[in-house]
Design a protein around this ligand. Structure first.
Ligand SMILES: Nc1ncnc2c1ncn2[C@@H]1O[C@H](COP(=O)(O)OP(=O)(O)OP(=O)(O)O)[C@@H](O)[C@H]1O
Ligand SMILES: [Mg+2]
Length: 498
């Protein structure tokens, strides 16, 4: 029996008398990677926030290396060599990577000033170990979300953690970047560091984890060695029943109408080069590519957020000028942004207010909001996407990470646009909801909409797309009809740029 570094015993927690964790036990061995799994709202982040002193448990105790530990705030967790990469990023966007990593722990010069050079040097070393190709002096907000995550990870490592908690670290990483991270986790493990790993990407778990614990509705359903269980069993524990797997079905929808959206000669300096494609009514175009390949830049330029150096956009054959987001919305386009928390939600507002924001004109009666219509729409999507919330009036910041994501998605689906641009629609959502989202995308396509989906999860892209466009270094490197794709590798190759 290898030694336990951590034991959480009989942990219970309620918020406003709603029970979120119920007598949960959790044990972590030295040098193991332990998956903490469960549907959106199951209690994973809450359990980890109790471990890191962000929340206090109503009852139960925590033992670290056999000794009872009182952890009342995050600094005390770091004192116990516990470090967490939060689902909500904790970085200061206006600072550099190095400044973020060593925030409040900066090396000082002899004169007591912050020794920037030393921080930059150490950061460069950490990033190199991680295999991340970013400069320590880049400003965080100029980097893509994936790099934010890498910066968070580098930050935890610099704190010399013995217990590292990763709350969905790969949700915006592509496969290659994920592999880099996994290599790195393997090395940490061999050094005796224990990792608690939270992810909704099922295939990952069996690649990297030694043991797995599933929470459902705030209870520990099972803790098991990975080699003694399998994907389907784990999924059934998570959802408490069966779930349909997503498979591609050739749709009986005839794509004969002229393009609904056509893009010609789109250029954005240093980001996009001569992008040309079209989407017919009823068609789903999947966009694959690495982080930084231009996928997000493409939809941002289309939607009028970023400046285009050139490029013609035709909607139903008519040339449209889209120079800002208002133009895009007027042209009946909607964009689900990649970075939802920053761009997608008003955190102080309720689920309902967030949901009806883009369709406020539709739910108005005179000058007043028609509460009944607003409530109906909100309740409908809460139901369809199985959003876990006490009711539609709950403040959105109090929902679990995945449930917040679902609200952003619902809010754009409810606008029923003609052209829907979805940047990573299934980030952070649980296996049940992923299937549901794929189903909704298909339904919307069947009603004649043009849909562009970006996803780093190839299996989802293959399940939902009619054609797949691969981007590499800002250019289109390949476009293939779904039915002509013989194997995943074919796309995987193009993604890597071969
Ligand atoms: N501060 C809070 N006040 C009220 N309810 C809360 C608070 N924090 C969390 N909850 C509720 O506790 C439940 C569990 O949330 P938690 O964030 O732990 O879920 P999770 O398992 O991490 O889910 P996800 O996979 O979506 O991140 C959710 O229903 C959430 O709404
Ligand atoms: Mg969470």
């Amino acid at each position: 029996m290898s030694e336990l570094v951590l034991e959480m015993c009989n942990i219970s927690k309620s918020f406003n008398s709603v029970n979120v964790l119920n007598n949960v036990g959790f044990q972590l061995k030295k040098g193991e990677i332990h998956a903490l799994m469960g549907g959106n709202g199951a209690g994973k982040s809450t359990l980890m926030k109790i471990l890191t002193g962000v929340y206090s448990a109503d009852s139960g105790e925590i033992l670290i290396e056999g000794k009872k530990a009182e952890i009342n705030n995050y600094n005390e967790a770091i004192d116990h060599k516990i470090s967490m990469i939060f689902q909500e990023f904790s970085l200061v966007p206006t600072l550099t990577v190095a400044q973020n990593i060593f925030l409040n722990r900066e090396d000082k010069t002899k004169l007591g000033l912050i020794n920037d050079k030393e921080c930059i040097k150490k950061t460069a070393k950490l990033l190199q170990e991680l295999g991340v190709d970013i400069s320590p002096v880049s400003i965080v907000q100029d980097l893509g979300v994936g790099f934010w995550q890498m910066t968070e990870i580098a930050k935890s490592l610099s704190q010399e953690a013995k217990i590292l908690i990763m709350d969905e670290p790969t949700s915006s990483l592509t496969e290659k970047e994920t592999d880099v991270l996994f290599d790195f986790m393997e090395r940490l493990k061999n050094k005796g560091i224990s990792i608690i790993y939270i992810s909704h990407r099922m295939e990952e778990i069996f690649k990297i984890c030694d043991r797995i614990t599933v929470l459902r509705d705030g209870e520990n359903i099972i803790t098991e060695d990975c080699e003694n269980t399998d994907l389907d069993t784990v999924i059934s524990h998570i959802v408490g029943g069966e779930v349909a797997s997503f498979e591609w079905k050739e749709r009986d929808y005839s794509l004969e109408a002229p393009p609904l959206l056509q893009v010609k000669n789109l250029n954005v300096s240093n980001q996009l080069e001569n992008i040309e494609f079209y989407i017919q009514p009823g068609e789903v175009l999947g966009v694959a590519g690495l982080m930084g390949s231009g996928r997000t830049e493409l939809v941002r330029a289309l939607f009028g957020i970023d400046h285009k150096d050139s490029g013609d956009i035709y909607i139903n054959g008519e040339k449209k000028l889209i120079n800002n987001q208002q133009d895009a919305i007027k042209a009946n386009m909607a964009l689900l942004p990649e970075d939802r928390r920053v761009q997608g939600l008003v955190l102080q507002h309720s689920v309902k207010d967030n949901m009806v924001l883009p369709i406020i004109d539709r739910v108005k009666k005179g000058l007043l909001v028609n509460e009944k219509i607003a409530n109906n729409i909100s309740n409908e999507y809460v139901d369809r996407l199985n959003i876990k919330t006490d009711n539609i009036y709950k403040q959105i910041s109090l929902l679990s990470g995945g449930n917040q994501q679902k609200v952003v998605l619902a809010k754009w689906l409810a606008t029923e646009p003609d052209i829907l641009l979805l940047d990573e629609p299934t980030i952070g959502v649980d296996i049940g909801a992923k299937t549901e989202i794929i189903e909704i995308i298909r339904l919307m396509a069947n009603s004649g909409k043009a849909i562009l989906v970006i996803s780093s999860e190839l299996n989802e892209l293959l399940a939902v797309s009619d054609k797949i466009m691969v981007m590499h270094k800002g250019k289109i490197s390949k476009t293939i009809n779904r039915k002509d794709i013989a194997s995943e590798e074919e796309i995987q190759y193009a993604i890597q740029g071969y």
